[in-house]
Design a binder for this molecule. Structure first.
Ligand code: CP
Ligand code: NVA
Length: 304
Protein backbone atom coordinates (compact mmCIF):
# COMPACT_ATOMS: atom_id res chain seq x y z
CA UNK A 1 0.00 0.00 0.00
CA UNK A 2 1.87 3.10 -1.23
CA UNK A 3 -0.97 5.65 -1.19
CA UNK A 4 -4.32 6.14 0.53
CA UNK A 5 -6.73 7.48 -2.09
CA UNK A 6 -9.87 5.37 -1.99
CA UNK A 7 -11.16 2.80 0.49
CA UNK A 8 -12.49 0.52 -2.25
CA UNK A 9 -8.90 0.00 -3.46
CA UNK A 10 -7.74 -1.27 -0.04
CA UNK A 11 -8.28 -4.77 1.28
CA UNK A 12 -10.49 -5.37 4.31
CA UNK A 13 -7.44 -6.70 6.09
CA UNK A 14 -5.42 -3.53 5.41
CA UNK A 15 -8.28 -1.39 6.68
CA UNK A 16 -8.75 -3.50 9.79
CA UNK A 17 -5.02 -3.27 10.54
CA UNK A 18 -5.19 0.52 10.22
CA UNK A 19 -8.11 0.60 12.66
CA UNK A 20 -6.23 -1.63 15.09
CA UNK A 21 -3.14 0.58 14.87
CA UNK A 22 -5.33 3.68 15.37
CA UNK A 23 -6.70 2.23 18.62
CA UNK A 24 -3.27 1.12 19.76
CA UNK A 25 -1.69 4.55 19.19
CA UNK A 26 -4.74 6.29 20.65
CA UNK A 27 -4.28 4.26 23.83
CA UNK A 28 -0.55 4.95 23.88
CA UNK A 29 -0.96 8.72 23.48
CA UNK A 30 -3.83 8.91 26.00
CA UNK A 31 -1.56 7.16 28.51
CA UNK A 32 1.13 9.78 27.92
CA UNK A 33 3.29 7.54 25.74
CA UNK A 34 5.00 8.58 22.53
CA UNK A 35 5.89 6.97 19.22
CA UNK A 36 8.54 8.94 17.35
CA UNK A 37 8.73 6.68 14.34
CA UNK A 38 8.52 9.56 11.83
CA UNK A 39 11.34 11.59 13.44
CA UNK A 40 12.92 13.84 10.83
CA UNK A 41 10.24 13.13 8.22
CA UNK A 42 8.17 15.78 6.47
CA UNK A 43 4.63 15.75 5.09
CA UNK A 44 3.65 18.35 2.47
CA UNK A 45 -0.04 19.29 2.74
CA UNK A 46 -1.64 20.85 -0.35
CA UNK A 47 -5.03 22.49 0.21
CA UNK A 48 -7.25 23.86 -2.57
CA UNK A 49 -10.17 24.11 -0.12
CA UNK A 50 -10.52 25.30 3.49
CA UNK A 51 -10.09 22.95 6.44
CA UNK A 52 -10.12 22.98 10.21
CA UNK A 53 -10.10 19.32 11.21
CA UNK A 54 -8.05 17.79 8.41
CA UNK A 55 -5.31 20.37 8.39
CA UNK A 56 -4.83 20.57 12.14
CA UNK A 57 -5.21 16.84 12.85
CA UNK A 58 -2.67 15.88 10.17
CA UNK A 59 -0.23 18.50 11.42
CA UNK A 60 -0.65 17.38 15.03
CA UNK A 61 -0.29 13.74 13.99
CA UNK A 62 3.01 14.47 12.21
CA UNK A 63 4.29 16.43 15.23
CA UNK A 64 3.21 13.59 17.55
CA UNK A 65 5.23 11.12 15.50
CA UNK A 66 8.34 13.29 15.65
CA UNK A 67 8.03 14.70 12.14
CA UNK A 68 6.82 17.96 10.67
CA UNK A 69 4.23 19.18 8.18
CA UNK A 70 4.27 22.03 5.66
CA UNK A 71 0.94 23.67 4.75
CA UNK A 72 0.74 24.86 1.15
CA UNK A 73 -2.06 26.94 -0.35
CA UNK A 74 -2.46 26.95 -4.15
CA UNK A 75 -1.68 30.69 -4.33
CA UNK A 76 1.72 30.05 -2.73
CA UNK A 77 2.74 27.84 -5.64
CA UNK A 78 0.85 29.50 -8.50
CA UNK A 79 -2.04 27.03 -8.38
CA UNK A 80 -2.07 23.24 -8.61
CA UNK A 81 -1.49 22.26 -12.22
CA UNK A 82 -1.34 25.90 -13.34
CA UNK A 83 2.23 27.15 -12.91
CA UNK A 84 3.57 23.72 -13.82
CA UNK A 85 2.11 20.29 -14.58
CA UNK A 86 0.88 18.20 -11.67
CA UNK A 87 3.23 15.40 -12.69
CA UNK A 88 6.23 17.73 -12.31
CA UNK A 89 5.03 18.93 -8.91
CA UNK A 90 4.66 15.33 -7.78
CA UNK A 91 8.22 14.44 -8.76
CA UNK A 92 9.75 17.59 -7.28
CA UNK A 93 7.91 17.23 -3.96
CA UNK A 94 9.00 13.58 -3.81
CA UNK A 95 12.63 14.80 -3.76
CA UNK A 96 12.01 16.99 -0.70
CA UNK A 97 9.32 15.38 1.39
CA UNK A 98 8.48 11.91 2.71
CA UNK A 99 4.76 12.17 2.04
CA UNK A 100 2.20 14.32 0.25
CA UNK A 101 -1.34 14.95 1.43
CA UNK A 102 -3.78 16.80 -0.81
CA UNK A 103 -7.29 18.27 -0.60
CA UNK A 104 -8.39 19.13 -4.12
CA UNK A 105 -11.49 19.82 -6.18
CA UNK A 106 -10.80 17.33 -8.97
CA UNK A 107 -10.28 13.74 -7.86
CA UNK A 108 -7.96 13.28 -10.84
CA UNK A 109 -5.46 15.70 -9.25
CA UNK A 110 -4.84 13.34 -6.34
CA UNK A 111 -4.68 10.36 -8.69
CA UNK A 112 -2.06 12.09 -10.84
CA UNK A 113 -0.02 13.16 -7.81
CA UNK A 114 0.03 9.52 -6.67
CA UNK A 115 0.93 8.24 -10.10
CA UNK A 116 4.02 10.44 -10.42
CA UNK A 117 5.21 10.72 -6.82
CA UNK A 118 7.64 8.25 -5.34
CA UNK A 119 6.41 9.03 -1.82
CA UNK A 120 2.99 8.16 -0.35
CA UNK A 121 0.04 10.35 -1.36
CA UNK A 122 -2.98 10.73 0.93
CA UNK A 123 -6.42 11.90 -0.21
CA UNK A 124 -7.52 14.55 2.29
CA UNK A 125 -10.87 15.08 0.44
CA UNK A 126 -11.72 15.55 -3.18
CA UNK A 127 -15.08 16.32 -4.80
CA UNK A 128 -15.42 12.54 -5.15
CA UNK A 129 -14.15 11.01 -1.88
CA UNK A 130 -13.18 11.63 1.75
CA UNK A 131 -11.58 8.35 2.84
CA UNK A 132 -9.78 9.59 6.00
CA UNK A 133 -13.12 10.84 7.28
CA UNK A 134 -14.84 7.52 6.64
CA UNK A 135 -12.12 5.53 8.39
CA UNK A 136 -12.19 7.83 11.44
CA UNK A 137 -15.96 7.34 11.38
CA UNK A 138 -15.63 3.56 11.41
CA UNK A 139 -13.23 3.82 14.36
CA UNK A 140 -15.80 5.96 16.19
CA UNK A 141 -18.60 3.50 15.44
CA UNK A 142 -16.53 0.58 16.72
CA UNK A 143 -15.84 2.45 19.97
CA UNK A 144 -19.44 3.51 20.56
CA UNK A 145 -21.22 0.37 19.36
CA UNK A 146 -18.59 -2.15 20.51
CA UNK A 147 -18.50 -3.68 17.01
CA UNK A 148 -18.51 -2.84 13.32
CA UNK A 149 -19.91 -6.01 11.76
CA UNK A 150 -23.68 -5.79 11.21
CA UNK A 151 -24.00 -2.07 12.08
CA UNK A 152 -26.60 -0.17 10.11
CA UNK A 153 -26.00 3.46 9.13
CA UNK A 154 -28.71 5.82 7.88
CA UNK A 155 -27.10 8.61 5.87
CA UNK A 156 -29.55 11.51 5.46
CA UNK A 157 -28.70 14.06 2.80
CA UNK A 158 -26.57 14.58 -0.26
CA UNK A 159 -25.10 11.55 -2.07
CA UNK A 160 -21.69 13.24 -1.86
CA UNK A 161 -17.98 12.51 -1.25
CA UNK A 162 -18.58 11.64 2.41
CA UNK A 163 -21.52 9.34 1.64
CA UNK A 164 -19.54 7.61 -1.11
CA UNK A 165 -16.51 6.92 1.10
CA UNK A 166 -18.78 5.66 3.87
CA UNK A 167 -20.37 3.23 1.41
CA UNK A 168 -16.97 1.82 0.50
CA UNK A 169 -16.02 1.59 4.18
CA UNK A 170 -19.28 -0.23 4.93
CA UNK A 171 -18.73 -2.67 2.05
CA UNK A 172 -15.20 -3.51 3.15
CA UNK A 173 -15.94 -3.77 6.86
CA UNK A 174 -19.32 -5.50 7.11
CA UNK A 175 -21.76 -2.65 7.70
CA UNK A 176 -24.95 -1.67 5.87
CA UNK A 177 -25.91 1.84 4.80
CA UNK A 178 -29.23 3.30 3.72
CA UNK A 179 -28.93 6.70 2.05
CA UNK A 180 -31.95 9.00 2.03
CA UNK A 181 -31.60 11.87 -0.44
CA UNK A 182 -34.03 14.15 -2.25
CA UNK A 183 -34.71 13.21 -5.82
CA UNK A 184 -31.77 14.29 -8.01
CA UNK A 185 -29.25 14.15 -5.16
CA UNK A 186 -28.94 10.38 -4.80
CA UNK A 187 -25.52 8.70 -4.72
CA UNK A 188 -24.58 7.69 -8.27
CA UNK A 189 -25.48 4.23 -9.49
CA UNK A 190 -21.88 3.24 -10.25
CA UNK A 191 -20.69 3.88 -6.69
CA UNK A 192 -23.64 1.90 -5.33
CA UNK A 193 -22.73 -0.96 -7.66
CA UNK A 194 -19.05 -0.80 -6.66
CA UNK A 195 -19.98 -1.09 -2.98
CA UNK A 196 -22.54 -3.82 -3.56
CA UNK A 197 -20.11 -5.82 -5.67
CA UNK A 198 -17.58 -5.73 -2.81
CA UNK A 199 -20.31 -6.94 -0.45
CA UNK A 200 -23.87 -7.66 -1.56
CA UNK A 201 -26.71 -5.44 -0.27
CA UNK A 202 -24.37 -2.96 1.46
CA UNK A 203 -26.03 0.17 0.06
CA UNK A 204 -29.70 0.96 -0.40
CA UNK A 205 -31.11 4.30 -1.52
CA UNK A 206 -34.40 5.93 -0.69
CA UNK A 207 -36.05 9.35 -0.89
CA UNK A 208 -37.61 8.86 2.53
CA UNK A 209 -35.54 9.71 5.65
CA UNK A 210 -38.01 7.91 7.95
CA UNK A 211 -37.54 4.70 5.99
CA UNK A 212 -33.74 5.04 6.21
CA UNK A 213 -33.55 5.51 9.97
CA UNK A 214 -35.74 2.51 10.82
CA UNK A 215 -33.53 0.03 12.67
CA UNK A 216 -30.41 2.20 12.27
CA UNK A 217 -27.62 2.18 14.85
CA UNK A 218 -26.18 5.40 13.42
CA UNK A 219 -27.76 8.45 11.79
CA UNK A 220 -25.18 10.38 9.76
CA UNK A 221 -25.49 13.66 7.94
CA UNK A 222 -23.28 16.16 6.13
CA UNK A 223 -23.70 19.59 4.60
CA UNK A 224 -26.16 20.04 1.75
CA UNK A 225 -23.71 22.46 0.10
CA UNK A 226 -20.25 20.97 -0.24
CA UNK A 227 -17.17 23.12 -0.84
CA UNK A 228 -17.23 24.34 -4.43
CA UNK A 229 -21.05 24.21 -4.70
CA UNK A 230 -21.71 27.58 -3.06
CA UNK A 231 -23.44 28.98 -6.16
CA UNK A 232 -26.13 26.27 -5.81
CA UNK A 233 -26.80 27.10 -2.17
CA UNK A 234 -30.26 28.65 -2.47
CA UNK A 235 -31.56 25.88 -4.73
CA UNK A 236 -30.12 23.19 -2.51
CA UNK A 237 -31.55 24.63 0.70
CA UNK A 238 -34.96 24.43 -0.94
CA UNK A 239 -34.48 20.99 -2.50
CA UNK A 240 -33.31 19.46 0.80
CA UNK A 241 -36.30 20.70 2.80
CA UNK A 242 -37.63 17.82 4.90
CA UNK A 243 -34.20 16.16 5.14
CA UNK A 244 -33.03 17.79 8.36
CA UNK A 245 -31.82 15.45 11.09
CA UNK A 246 -34.02 16.83 13.87
CA UNK A 247 -35.82 15.66 16.99
CA UNK A 248 -38.81 14.58 14.93
CA UNK A 249 -36.70 12.25 12.73
CA UNK A 250 -35.00 10.81 15.81
CA UNK A 251 -38.44 9.71 17.07
CA UNK A 252 -38.57 7.26 14.14
CA UNK A 253 -35.25 5.70 15.20
CA UNK A 254 -34.18 3.68 18.20
CA UNK A 255 -33.69 5.72 21.39
CA UNK A 256 -30.08 4.50 21.46
CA UNK A 257 -29.27 5.74 17.95
CA UNK A 258 -25.99 7.68 17.67
CA UNK A 259 -25.83 10.81 15.54
CA UNK A 260 -22.74 11.57 13.48
CA UNK A 261 -21.67 14.49 11.29
CA UNK A 262 -18.26 14.95 9.71
CA UNK A 263 -18.45 18.72 10.49
CA UNK A 264 -18.53 21.59 9.78
CA UNK A 265 -22.24 21.52 10.68
CA UNK A 266 -24.88 23.99 9.59
CA UNK A 267 -27.38 24.05 12.43
CA UNK A 268 -30.88 24.64 11.18
CA UNK A 269 -30.06 23.16 7.75
CA UNK A 270 -28.94 19.51 7.66
CA UNK A 271 -29.08 19.13 11.45
CA UNK A 272 -30.91 20.87 14.27
CA UNK A 273 -29.05 22.45 17.16
CA UNK A 274 -31.10 20.28 19.52
CA UNK A 275 -29.88 17.04 17.91
CA UNK A 276 -26.22 17.97 17.54
CA UNK A 277 -26.13 19.01 21.20
CA UNK A 278 -28.13 15.95 22.34
CA UNK A 279 -26.88 12.87 24.19
CA UNK A 280 -27.25 10.89 20.96
CA UNK A 281 -24.60 13.02 19.26
CA UNK A 282 -21.04 11.67 19.07
CA UNK A 283 -19.73 14.32 16.65
CA UNK A 284 -16.81 15.48 18.78
CA UNK A 285 -15.54 11.95 19.47
CA UNK A 286 -15.83 11.51 15.71
CA UNK A 287 -13.80 14.68 15.05
CA UNK A 288 -11.16 13.58 17.57
CA UNK A 289 -10.75 10.26 15.81
CA UNK A 290 -9.53 12.03 12.67
CA UNK A 291 -6.30 12.53 14.62
CA UNK A 292 -6.10 8.95 15.83
CA UNK A 293 -6.80 7.37 12.46
CA UNK A 294 -4.45 9.67 10.56
CA UNK A 295 -1.61 9.17 13.04
CA UNK A 296 -1.85 5.46 12.31
CA UNK A 297 -2.13 6.05 8.57
CA UNK A 298 0.97 8.28 8.48
CA UNK A 299 2.98 5.76 10.50
CA UNK A 300 1.90 2.93 8.26
CA UNK A 301 2.65 4.76 4.99
CA UNK A 302 5.73 6.78 5.90
CA UNK A 303 7.68 4.62 8.37
CA UNK A 304 10.40 2.94 6.37
N1 CP B 1 -14.53 16.95 8.34
C1 CP B 1 -13.56 17.64 7.72
O1 CP B 1 -12.86 17.16 6.81
O2 CP B 1 -13.38 18.88 8.22
P1 CP B 1 -12.47 20.02 7.60
O3 CP B 1 -13.06 20.41 6.28
O4 CP B 1 -12.48 21.14 8.60
O5 CP B 1 -11.08 19.47 7.41
N1 NVA C 1 -19.10 17.15 1.79
C1 NVA C 1 -18.33 18.19 2.44
C2 NVA C 1 -17.42 17.60 3.48
C3 NVA C 1 -16.68 18.61 4.30
C4 NVA C 1 -15.74 17.99 5.26
C5 NVA C 1 -17.56 18.98 1.42
O1 NVA C 1 -17.02 18.37 0.49
O2 NVA C 1 -17.51 20.20 1.55
Amino acid sequence: MKDFISIDKCSSQQLQKLLDLSSELKGLYKAGGRDLSLAGKTLVMLFEKPSLRTRISFEVAMTNLGGSAIYVKPEDIGGIGKREPIKDMARVLSRYADGIMARTFEHSTVIELAEYSTVPVINALTDWLHPCQAMADVLTISEHCGRIEGIKIAFIGDGNNVARSLCFGCAKLGMKISIASPSGYELDEKSVQTANQISADTVTRTNNPIEAVAGADIIYTDTWVSMGMESEKQKRLKDFEGFQVDGELLKSASGKVKVMHCLPAHRGDEISDEVIESENSIVFDQAENRLHFQRALLKKLMEK
